[in-house]
Write a protein that binds this ligand. Structure first.
Ligand code: HEC
Ligand code: HEC
Ligand code: HEC
Ligand code: HEC
Length: 271
């Protein structure tokens, strides 16, 4: 497993440079949330800027810890029914700097608050516009800011901010777009696979390789699983935020290195 280090010269008796970890070392891929970058409990993950600690509960007492699911889900009083979402959603509309992919597929803009696909949920933290601990409900109280730091405000984390704070996804792989499921054009989130796509250069069904696909019923209701003609991809097609289906660092559903179909890019593209 790879560890990421920032090389910082450290003065010791022998003037030797020692590596200093700049974020917690990646957790083991696969066993679950515990100890990963998405474990925001007081004991979890080692991601100090993002742990609960300052908010007060309904009795005016400090909340010193949260549960493993709190920053993302709640049993009651969430912000959306879909996923029982507990994190404040971004007010941004997400879009790219170009209107389409090379094949001519429209890159549709989508609302951080009303788009039903999971990418809007990821970007509620990963655009740096909302505090990581800005949640709707915990310990019979809400809304609460359990932790006031936004993505990008601590020295180590700008690389984790995927969209800009104003919602630009420029330079990022398409999400919330159709996948050419079954080697055919599909329509998803109002966009249809462009007429210049090489339809045979795709895995017909990448779910067989551990990729998660989604379908849009045409009214913007998006659920997991492919449906012929209506299939698309989201952030969680490549990442599993719970680290259960992940097979490599960064919650990836495929390996970061390599040249076979375990390699993340070849799980969808046939190149
Ligand atoms: C960092 C945010 C985050 C945390 C923490 C988190 N989840 Fe999730 N959860 C998500 C996202 C995002 C999805 C959508 C997953 C997808 O699209 O594949 C999801 C989906 C789910 C689903 C729907 C079924 C599925 O797997 O897609 C369940 C059930 C669920 N989470 C339960 C939990 C429980 C229980 C916990 C705590 C032990 C937890 N989650 C912690 C973000 C989180
Ligand atoms: C509640 C806020 C929140 C939500 C929601 C959330 N993340 Fe994260 N994510 C974080 C934070 C905070 C980090 C750690 C940043 C750091 O280490 O400085 C992180 C780290 C990551 C990492 C890097 C993991 C590593 O081990 O280096 C990936 C990949 C990631 N998130 C993907 C996602 C995806 C995909 C979704 C949606 C399916 C999502 N996140 C939803 C807050 C969130
Ligand atoms: C097509 C697959 C794919 C999609 C879709 C995808 N990612 Fe990633 N993501 C990756 C890969 C591969 C890496 C590792 C990049 C590297 O470091 O070489 C990564 C890395 C990351 C990281 C670690 C920090 C960084 O910038 O490298 C975060 C955080 C992250 N992704 C979040 C997201 C979010 C949020 C979305 C949706 C808006 C998303 N990803 C969509 C494949 C994807
Ligand atoms: C979950 C499936 C999936 C995975 C995994 C995946 N892609 Fe893609 N990729 C797509 C889809 C869908 C499109 C949009 C195709 C279209 O309609 O033009 C796309 C488009 C692209 C494009 C074209 C962008 C443009 O403007 O024309 C490139 C380049 C690309 N992907 C590279 C990668 C790389 C590199 C990886 C591995 C890090 C990767 N993809 C992983 C599904 C995937």
């Amino acid at each position: 497993m790879k560890k990421r280090y920032l090389w910082v010269p450290v003065l010791t008796a022998g003037l030797v440079a020692a590596p200093v970890a700049f974020s917690a070392p990646p957790a083991t891929p696969g066993p679950g949330l515990l100890g990963t970058a998405h474990d925001f409990t007081a004991a979890g993950g080692g991601h100090l800027p993002y742990k609960a600690g300052t908010a007060l509960n309904g009795d005016g007492l400090p909340i010193n810890d949260v549960g493993l699911c709190t920053y993302c889900h709640t049993p009651h009083h969430g912000t959306t029914t879909r996923l029982l979402w507990n994190h404040k959603l971004s007010a941004n509309t997400f879009s790219w700097d170009v209107p389409s992919t090379t094949a001519g597929t429209t890159l549709p803009s989508f609302s951080g608050q009303t788009y039903n696909g999971v990418s809007a949920k990821c970007l509620s933290c990963h655009d740096g516009s909302v505090a990581i601990g800005d949640v709707f409900w915990y310990e019979e109280t809400g809304p609460l800011t359990l932790e006031p730091t936004k993505m990008g405000q601590s020295p180590s984390d700008p690389i984790f901010r995927i969209a800009s704070t104003t919602g630009s996804l420029a330079t990022n792989h398409p999400v919330a777009v159709p996948y050419p499921f079954g080697n055919a054009p599909n329509t998803y989130n109002t966009a249809t696979t462009g007429s210049n796509a090489y339809l045979d250069e795709w895995q017909p069904d990448p779910t067989a390789l551990g990729i998660r696909l989604f379908n849009d019923d045409g009214s913007g209701n998006i659920t997991a699983g492919p449906v012929a003609g209506k299939t698309g991809i989201e952030c969680s097609s490549c990442h599993d935020p719970h680290n259960k289906q992940a097979v490599d660092d960064m919650f990836l559903r495929g390996s970061l290195a390599g040249n076979d179909t375990n390699y993340i890019c070849l799980k969808c593209h046939v190149k």
